[in-house]
Every structure is written in C-alpha cells, then in structure tokens.
Write a protein that binds this ligand. Structure first.
Ligand code: 13P
Length: 256
C-alpha cells in the first residue's frame, strides 16, 4: 500500500507569533505546488502561535497541515494551564503530537496518559502523532526493542482498533534528539519495521496504512537516506524545521 509521507516540523518552545508568521511565509516561498504532491507537511507551532498560523494558512491558501505539540485528554474543566483537544479542533488543527520524549522526561507523562491523549485527539477528528523511543542506556543494554514495544502497546491502549489504521507513530530515539547524532538509516528501518509489526499484531491489516516517522537530528543531509527505508514514512523534525531553507530541503527530499 502506498503511504503518503508526512514531514512534520516540531517548533518546540521557539518563535513568538510574529516570528512564526515570518517563518511560515518564508517556508511557503521556498516551496512550489508540486512539492506538496508527494508529501504531506504539518507544522506544529507553540499554542500561542496556532491561531496566527491558521489564519495565514487560510488566507494565503497554503498547503500546510496545522499541528499542535500536545493537548490535554479532557474536553474541558479545572485543568489550569492546559489546552483541550476540542479547542485545537476548532482551530482546524489536524495533527497533534502526543507523548514526545521531552514531555515524558520533563513533564512526567507515562504511557497511560499518552494513551488517553491519543484517544482524545482521535475523538475530535484529528490524528495523533504518538512518539516513542528508547534512551541511550536502553539501547546500549540491548533493551531498545522491548522498551519501544512497551511504549507502543501502552500508548495505543485506549485507541479504538480501527483507528490504528489512520495513526501516525514517530520513532524518536532519545539519544538522537537535538544531539546532531542521527540513528543510522538501518537502525531507523529496523525499529520502524518492528513498530509496524506490533501495530499489525494489534489490528490485522493496520500495519499497511499506519505511518511511521523517524525523528532525531533529521537534516537535509540525511533525509534522503532515511526516507529511502521501506518502513520510514516521514520525519518529525525539530531544529532543522526552524529554518525555512533547511526545512524546505527536507520537505522536497525527492528533488535531491
Ligand atoms: P531535532 O530534529 O532537533 O533532533 O528534534 C527532534 C524532535 O524531537 C522532533 O520532535
């Protein structure tokens, strides 16, 4: 089955709403209509920028999918400081990253919380990008596959089985995030294939349509090799998505 690659820019806690619009306009200028023919592109600004980015995408008929970096699992209530999936859906958000390793490590998110968020995102007609990935210690002690399997099964536990077909999973080895060290394309392929098999074991046939991104120091110089792997269906890009030219070169990797 042909899976449309998804290239996502995770801006993390960078860019105020003015800077976000500048980057958006530069990025749009760098890309041509045909660049969007073969890939889907999602942008994940901080919450305070989402409305501004949505307005510009709409007004200028840009072909970006709007994304968010996180959300709460509940629709509303006494959750000071949180943003609900209903609020994001109202802003035309399509993709919501859940369970990013930074949220797991710095904000105490566990698989159960990630599962609730992923289900809530689907519940509001958006698609979650569920992040998984092992630490360096876990890889070096030979536990990477087992750790990732536990994360995948745990983080998808609350999703209705048929929704697994529409899901996006991002494999982001923690040791490759923001370090400049990328997993070799073979290591990325091996783990993405492992993840695909796990999803297939949870829902027969879902392995054919679930999209699996690789994330961790993706750059114009390594994207071609990574995207050539059979089970890598896209990239979740941090640092290199903050610069229009480098992100555009990642998006149109096919032209390289
Ligand atoms: P870098 O591309 O900066 O390594 O970040 C990866 C990431 O965490 C994307 O979610």
């Amino acid at each position: 089955m042909a899976r449309t690659p998804l290239i996502s820019g995770n801006w993390k806690m960078n860019l105020n709403h003015f800077e976000a619009i500048q980057l958006l306009q530069k990025l749009s200028y760098e890309l041509r209509d045909h660049d969007y023919d073969a890939v889907e592109v999602s942008l994940h600004p901080p919450y305070t920028d989402v409305r501004s980015v949505q307005t510009v995408i709409d007004a200028d008929r840009m072909q970006f999918q709007l994304g968010a970096q996180n959300c709460h699992a509940e629709v509303s209530g006494a959750f000071t400081g949180e943003i609900s999936p209903a609020m994001l859906a109202k802003l035309d958000v399509n993709y919501v990253i859940v369970g990013h390793s930074e949220r797991r490590a710095l904000f105490g998110e566990n698989n159960e919380m990630v599962a609730a968020k992923a289900a809530a995102v689907f519940g509001h007609e958006m698609t979650p990008i569920v992040c998984v990935g092992e630490s360096l210690e876990e890889r070096e002690s030979g536990q990477a596959e087992a750790i990732v399997e536990t994360q995948v099964r745990g983080s998808l536990a609350s999703i209705a089985a048929e929704k697994l077909e529409e899901l996006v999973i991002a494999y982001e080895p923690v040791w490759a995030i923001g370090t400049g060290v990328t997993a070799s394309s073979e290591d990325a392929q091996e783990m993405c294939s492992h993840i695909r098999n796990i999803v297939g074991s949870m829902r027969k046939g879902a392995q054919q349509s679930v999209r699996i991104q690789y994330g961790g120091s993706v750059k114009p110089s390594n994207v071609v090799e990574l995207m050539a792997m059979a089970d890598v269906d896209g990239a979740l890009v941090g640092g290199a998505s903050l610069e229009a030219e480098s992100f555009a070169r990642i998006v149109n990797y096919k032209a390289a």
